[in-house]
Write a protein that binds this ligand. Sequence first.
Ligand code: GLC
Length: 565
Amino acid sequence: MPDLASASTSTADAAWWRDAVIYQVYPRSWADGNGDGLGDLPGITDRLPHLRDLGVDAVWLSPFYTSPQHDAGYDVADYCDVDPRFGTLADFDTLLNRAHDMGLRVIVDIVPNHSSSDHEWFQAALAAGPGSPERARYLFRDGRGPDGELPPNNWNSVFGGPGWTRVTEADGTAGQWYLHLFDVSQPDFDWTNPEVRELLLSVLAFWLDRGVDGFRIDVAHGLIKADGLPDAPDGWSESVGPTNAMPFWDQPGVHEIYRSWRELTDSYRSPSGDRILCGEAWVLPAPALARYTRPDELHQSFNFEYLMTPWRAERQRDSISRTLASAAEVGAPQTWVLSNHDVVRHASRLGFDQVADGLVRMGGIGIGDPQPDAAVGLARATAATAVMVALPGSAYLWQGEELGLPEVTDLADEVRQDPTFARSGGTDRGRDGCRVPMPWSPQGPTFGFGPDRPDAEPAWLPQPAVYGELSVAAQTGVEGSTLELYRTLLRLRRTHRLGRGTLTWLDENSPTVLCFQVDAGAGAVTVLANLGAEPVALPDGVTVLVASGPLDGGRVPTDTTVWLA
Ligand code: GLC
């Protein structure tokens, strides 16, 4: 592996992940190298200089494995190959080497809760019939009712509709049911089966041997189901109560799995860097989530509570303090995230009124729905990012947020592809609005997402006109652009080593102002964010290092964050 150690300050030690900025690339939507309308690995390789220039430490690639793409690749048919739509294993190796040459680490997505129904194991399970060892790799059960015509329990799919589907047996009779917490094409594995454990360990080893720097673990809190698959309590919603009140989330048995994974990644440790595990665990409350990052488990887990916290000073302060405290208890670094491929982009989410109570996990937005205020949303989004990337720990960015891309809220029903839309009967618009392909240039049929050739296909989701104005080329070198703001923030974060710093709340805090100092011995930085309606005077004698928006003389306007020295 090339000399990553000399690439940047934060990669100068094995524990690079403790303060890394990690950028999520969605292969379908980042860059289409061959003009088929879908992004691909060669497209990503060509565009890596954007990430180097942005100043991130690592890239996380959403799935690019062989898949029928019923859930955009989170339905994996072969964990150890690249889907031809995205390229080849050789293309992956090229991407990895090029990224390493630029000092960028590469994390890949692992989907252990379920496979695709196209996976050879599931096809074998269907063929082999009830009671077979093939069926025992998944969660097949007989139905309830006199003829087994009712699902085995009351679990629903996260995407809407029942969580069970009945199969037709080889002799043509209605047969057993299998569990799928997500789409019908995503059967859940039975993680009590040692064969499943071995399969996924061998998949991790396959990618570690190829040189990846770590894994983002899909649905990390879902692998183990409560014994006997009992009915779920009525009236439960994802935003209230401890997650493990549901018999399929956050069950104690998951931790043993991650201990075995950590043993494996630790066996690949080298002075040039740890190989890391980051869990996608939608787990509340914070101490339950912290259990995933005990010293012998995952290195990191996403902090979705922070993502769901409204833009209200007291709520933000509370969320940040709670995160710092619970992470400190297990000695793990905090992580921070505001957007990803499953949620409404924060430039739009924050363009709505911010509720005082509760957490906000918003479904997609469509035609006829209440629309966000774009200007307010962008001001708050950049102010929120300027808070986030100053916080100690590691920060995750979602592709396009560095351009201030809004959620696309006017996609026609016919173009929507997220299974959530169809499975919920259209009541949930789904996640397509945040997945619309990246704009790289102000002109061209796909704003540079694909090649500008007459035979090139349109982008797989249509891009709105505003994406051209917000493209990478349109913002590069433009003072005051969101892209240049992100570059400046990440540069200053690095020089002041903020990710390794200690946070202290300052006296300027108020019901509408967040104010803290982060100090890592490389020049302390004071961060002041104004979430109130009135401008706030800058403290005396300070130097403004960066501001998320124009200042009003010596005052910080509404929805603006400044970094001060
Ligand atoms: C995770 C992914 C999401 C996917 C789901 C099922 O939540 O982030 O995109 O649909 O798991 O794999």
